[in-house]
Design a binder for this molecule. Structure first.
Ligand SMILES: Cc1cc2nc3c(=O)[nH]c(=O)nc-3n(C[C@H](O)[C@H](O)[C@H](O)COP(=O)(O)OP(=O)(O)OC[C@H]3O[C@@H](n4cnc5c(N)ncnc54)[C@H](O)[C@@H]3O)c2cc1C
Length: 390
């Protein structure tokens, strides 16, 4: 097997997981991250069995289990009257079905677990404050340009991996691929201290609230210290994400049940996140460059799979680069293995969003359809996502 020198642009979930998978396979990896220190924006994250399996192969299962919570169920709620439509079993049920837990975590905890593992690995170097600004791609590899502390440096590598998120420099500026587009939806996110939350079950289960042209998801993080809340509305202008106040939020959800509105009344720092999607997912590898995570396939978060697919990408890329095949063939094999699956997941997330945001009579039919099904049957629709293993 050839031992490659690899540069990864971006030290998010995709970049750090890829560094660990590739170093485990014997490659030498440098992660260039534009932020000056490890950080994780956002609040909670759900890690499904398909992603957990990969992280377990990296020896991280113990740390994940102690940082995360395994909710016992997903409660599908009618957001208008606060009634439960269905209970999808997680907890032991999903562990028995997929031989892995369904965890919810604080993003910073996941990022920190990955960072510590990278930091401890002798074949991984992490360079913070180093922004990738350009690269010349040639048949043997890439000459990558970084900007750090006001100066520009060049680095040679065999392979460049773009793991630099939705507005990826590797995707747009180096490979000249189309940008991810705003989807007309904004996610409003906050962490609420658990001692303020009165809604029974909220600190042990995941709740999905289905409204009209809006939905919300809540789950506990930090071993029940906080309730993570994500409420999604349709907004024509993404700049609206900056206009946030408790009153504005209460106004958007004025017709929702009192149980849900009581959560919005609690003290919390809210932030608005415009949601983006990659519309043309046709390229995940070109010459000596690979794209993973949001840089390759930004998706709506309505299947809770953006990070999970990034984690899968990392495992498959490392597997393909460790077969002994020629580098270009290995990168093309990676692309071939990933494209059909990520396209299907992106489509599923989009479709979930359409269903979650139905209104009028279609919303009534949706709610009836959910309550007429068993939770096990509803959950089984995700089996093709969760049962994946590298
Ligand atoms: C509201 C919401 C809820 C979500 N919930 C879930 C969930 O429950 N489960 C799930 O699996 N997914 C979820 N996702 C999706 C998930 O957050 C993303 O898919 C995932 O974080 C993508 O990781 P990434 O490493 O590809 O990108 P990012 O996390 O964006 O990381 C990219 C990194 O690259 C760095 N960078 C950018 N440009 C450069 C450059 N030029 N040079 C160097 N560094 C650079 C950035 O600073 C950043 O650190 C959710 C998303 C949202 C918005």
């Amino acid at each position: 097997m050839t031992r490659y020198k690899i540069i990864i642009s971006g030290g998010g979930i995709a970049g750090l997981t890829a560094a660990l998978c590739l170093a485990k396979a014997g490659h030498r990896v440098n992660v260039s991250e534009r932020s000056t220190a490890p950080s994780a924006l956002g609040a909670g994250i759900q890690i499904s069995p398909n992603a957990f399996h990969v992280l377990k192969t990296l020896g991280l299962s113990g740390k994940l289990l102690s940082a995360g919570t395994a909710p016992s169920a997903i409660m599908m709620m009618n957001a208008m009257n606060g009634k439960n439509l269905a209970r999808l079993p997680l907890g032991f049920y999903i562990e028995d079905t997929h031989d892995a837990p369904y965890l919810v975590l604080h993003r910073a905890d996941l990022q920190n677990i990955l960072f510590e593992a990278c930091d401890a690995h002798p074949d991984i170097t992490m360079t913070y404050g180093a922004k990738i600004i350009d690269a010349a791609i040639h048949e043997n590899g890439a000459t990558v340009m970084t900007e750090r502390d006001g100066s520009t440096n060049e680095h040679l590598c065999d392979i460049l991996i773009g793991a630099d998120g939705i507005h990826s420099c590797v995707r747009h500026d180096i490979l000249d691929l189309p940008k991810a587009v705003y989807t007309g939806k904004i996610a409003w996110r906050a962490l609420i201290p658990a001692n303020q939350v009165k809604l029974s079950g909220a600190m042990s289960d995941t709740y999905v609230w289905l409204g009209s042209k809006a939905h919300a998801v809540t789950y506990p993080v930090r071993n029940g210290e906080y309730l993570n809340i994500i409420a999604v509305t349709q907004e024509r202008d993404e700049a609206k994400a900056k206009e946030i106040s408790k009153d504005k939020l209460l106004d958007k959800f004025a017709h929702w049940s009192d149980d849900f509105k009581a959560l919005l009344e609690l003290e919390a720092d809210w932030s608005g996140w415009p949601l983006y999607e990659t519309r043309h997912i046709d390229c995940m590898a070109e010459r000596s460059v690979a794209l993973i995570g949001d840089a390759a396939h930004a998706m709506l978060p309505f299947a809770a799979q953006g990070a999970a697919q990034a984690i899968e990408d990392a495992a498959v890329l490392s597997k393909c680069l460790s077969t002994g095949n020629h580098k270009q063939d290995a990168l093309k094999a990676f692309e071939k293995a990933r494209l059909p699956r990520v396209k299907r997941v992106v489509k599923t997330a989009r479709r979930n969003g359409q269903i979650y945001h139905l209104s009028g009579i279609a919303a009534t039919a949706r709610n009836l359809g959910i309550s007429n099904n068993s939770g096990e049957k509803l959950l089984a629709k995700q089996d093709w996502i969760y049962r994946w293993q590298v």
